[in-house]
Design a protein around this ligand. Structure first.
Ligand code: FES
Ligand SMILES: [Fe+2]
Length: 406
């Protein structure tokens, strides 16, 4: 495809087939389910505005095909799973994991009509407990699935949190990570504001300095404060990988409230990765992966207990019917309120200031990479085959390190 489209900010949030960002998204592998959630019944699932059905045939092969039966439209989500595929409940057409129609029991004996029907299908792969799909133009020759570090076993512990579902545009969540200053205002009553590590790293009175930095996978925000000695600094990195992956490393400090000494000696031993998959322009799913290489064998249970204590503590008046009340005191609820009320970027009027430098940078990067995809080039985050074996690592260092000499 060669199109010289000038992509505008208003184009970025829209993911449907044939839209600029929709075409760009279709160059990447994206997670669509946890492995443990795909059992012995089909899962109806909407991805990038397309209604699909995910199933595993009785031979163990996962498949993702169009949900609407090509015969007369019945949902395959109610189909029966068999050895060789999924059978529509209405007239029994049978489809394999690549959308081939294998049987049409109501057609005359010897009919070859079934060979003329091919359902929409997309390749799927499993990695580290997630199922990924590639919805791009050439399903027979997809690019390599990146070996995302938190999904690769390297002697640590991993958990995949239950999938979260949101009812607003994916970009609101994604670009929020390029906006570090919201942390000291919005999250001042929750995990970030109440920390003891890093000289009150996110205190409102003394917020960290920050710098957006372009990387091979997208960009990162590098936040810093003076370290324990003149030649050191405390660093907290937050990464935005294309198309829609976030990674932070400060989870154990924010929620498990580790002490200053651990921070200075070891730094974070946590990778908290969030894969955002848009269902459509107004909904997205989030697959959250935690990878831990520290000494606590019960880290995930401890984290869960800490998070429970972070339920919102805000008083709600009996006549207060606002949708997002209460939200203060819980990082996730605070983010949900702010991002869920912004509306979609293409219908919003904004006034960006100096402090929005990270937002400006991620949008520029997205526009540039969407344009590259439309020109038939390889956008950031899509790998060439000679890079396929590399560990795909997003930066999320948190700790003390030597100051960069100017
Ligand atoms: S509608 Fe599916 S087989 Fe007829
Ligand atoms: Fe936030």
């Amino acid at each position: 495809m060669t199109t010289d489209v000038k992509v505008r900010n208003e184009d970025i949030p829209h993911v449907g087939l044939g839209t600029p960002a929709g075409e760009w998204f279709r160059r990447y592998w994206m997670p669509i389910s946890r492995v443990e959630d795909l059992r012995d019944i089909p899962l109806g699932i909407r991805v990038l505005g397309e209604d699909l059905v995910l199933f595993r045939d009785l031979r163990g092969k996962p498949g993702l095909i169009g949900n609407s039966c090509p015969h007369r439209g019945t949902s395959l989500e109610y189909g029966d799973i068999e050895d060789r595929g999924i059978r529509c409940a209405y007239h029994g057409w049978l489809f394999d994991v690549e959308g081939r129609c294998l049987e049409q029991p109501t057609e005359p004996e010897g009919s070859v009509f079934h060979t003329k029907v091919r359902q929409t299908w997309y390749p799927v792969r499993e990695l580290g407990g997630l199922i990924f799909s590639y919805m791009g133009p050439d399903g027979d020759n997809p690019p390599p699935l990146p070996r995302y570090a938190p999904l690769i076993d390297r002697g640590g512990l991993r958990q995949i949190e239950p999938t979260r579902h949101f009812d607003y545009n994916w970009l609101n969540f994604y670009e929020n990570s390029a906006d570090p200053l919201h942390v000291v205002i919005l999250h001042r009553e929750s995990g970030y504001g109440k920390q003891s590590w890093g000289d009150q790293f996110f205190s409102q009175a003394d917020p960290p300095a920050y710098e957006p930095v372009e990387t091979f996978y997208g960009m990162k925000i590098v936040m810093t404060k003076p370290g324990p000695s003149d030649d050191t600094e405390i660093v907290d990195e937050m990464s935005l990988g294309l198309p829609s992956i976030l990674q932070i490393g400060d989870t154990e400090f924010v929620h498990a409230q580790l002490d200053k000494e651990t921070l200075e000696k070891k730094g974070s031993q946590f990778e908290h990765a969030m894969f955002i998959t848009p269902n459509d322009d107004d909904h997205f799913m989030m697959f959250t992966v935690d990878y831990y290489t520290g000494p606590d064998p019960d880290i995930f249970r401890h984290l869960k207990e800490m998070r429970k204590r972070e339920e919102p503590k805000q008083d709600v008046k009996e006549y207060d019917h606002r949708k997002h009340m209460p939200f203060r005191g819980n990082v996730r609820r605070e983010d949900l309120m702010t991002q869920g009320t912004q509306g979609i970027l293409s219908q919003r009027s904004e006034h960006l200031g100096t402090s929005d430098v990270g937002i400006i940078m991620i949008r520029r990067l997205l526009r540039k990479n969407i344009e590259a995809a439309l020109k038939g080039e390889r956008p950031k985050g899509v790998l060439a085959w000679d890079e396929a074996e590399n560990l795909f690592q997003l930066d999320s260092f948190v700790g003390v390190r030597a100051k960069k000499s100017e």
